[in-house]
Design a protein around this ligand. Sequence first.
Ligand SMILES: [Zn+2]
Length: 292
Amino acid sequence: MVQHAERYRGRFAPSPSGPLHAGSLVAALGSYLDARAHQGEWFVRIEDIDPPREVPGAADTILRQLESHGLHWDGDVVWQSQQTPRYQRAIAELSTAQRCYHCDCTRAQIKRRGTNYDGHCRNRQLQDQYTAIRFLNTHPLQHFHDRFHGHIQCQPSATEDFILRRRDQLWAYQLAVVCDDRAAGVTDIVRGEDLLHASTWQLTLWQALNDIQFDAKTVPLPRLAHLPLVRGRDGRKLSKQNHAPALDAETALDNLMAAGRQLGLSRPETEGFIRVEEYLTWAIDTWRALKK
Ligand SMILES: [Zn+2]
């Protein structure tokens, strides 16, 4: 993997499908602390490319919640809904380089043929615009390194020709994330463990965009660090779908300390923190000592 000579650039990238809850605060805090512990920059990107799943007002709520928890970001917030030209360009250039193709297979058809997509449409030369677009995955990744998980062997799905643009014309998560992280020169991705295996496709696509010199540049592959997931009492991941309650700004300090404990940050409670900023300063120093 290419070594990063440049300054640490990290990000937190929530989707506006609801307000932040205890689980998403762990992801936000983990990426924030890692960036600040490395004297790096920390950006926020709103992943608003899936309108059916979005909740009106959620993006603004998330930004207010970050601020009330002292998690101040650098630069302007990036909205994925405004990056469409970049995604279109990526598809066009991958297409010119013959690294993607149209696919009209339905989920049921794919399932009937096996667990993973079998490349059925690779040589069919479909042109219909009402199809999905898949990445021609000729050099799938076998393994990668995660700072917290160590050596990761990729799952069988790593070899799949994954989707770049969905059949319903929405951009696939993988395409948007990689295009935007690469454009922002992100050096470090710190996020929840549920996205560990999505890294396989994302690194593969990142490399392919480097291969075709997308946006006329090569951007070193990012370092990865996946944080432990926060589970509710029932053992399920805390999520908006599982109706985890929204964070209350009134209890910001307590929320942060609880999230910090999930990340392995604790100390003898001989003296309490009074302000959010005070806690964050301590947490950054502690993170630096623990997670280098
Ligand atoms: Zn197909």
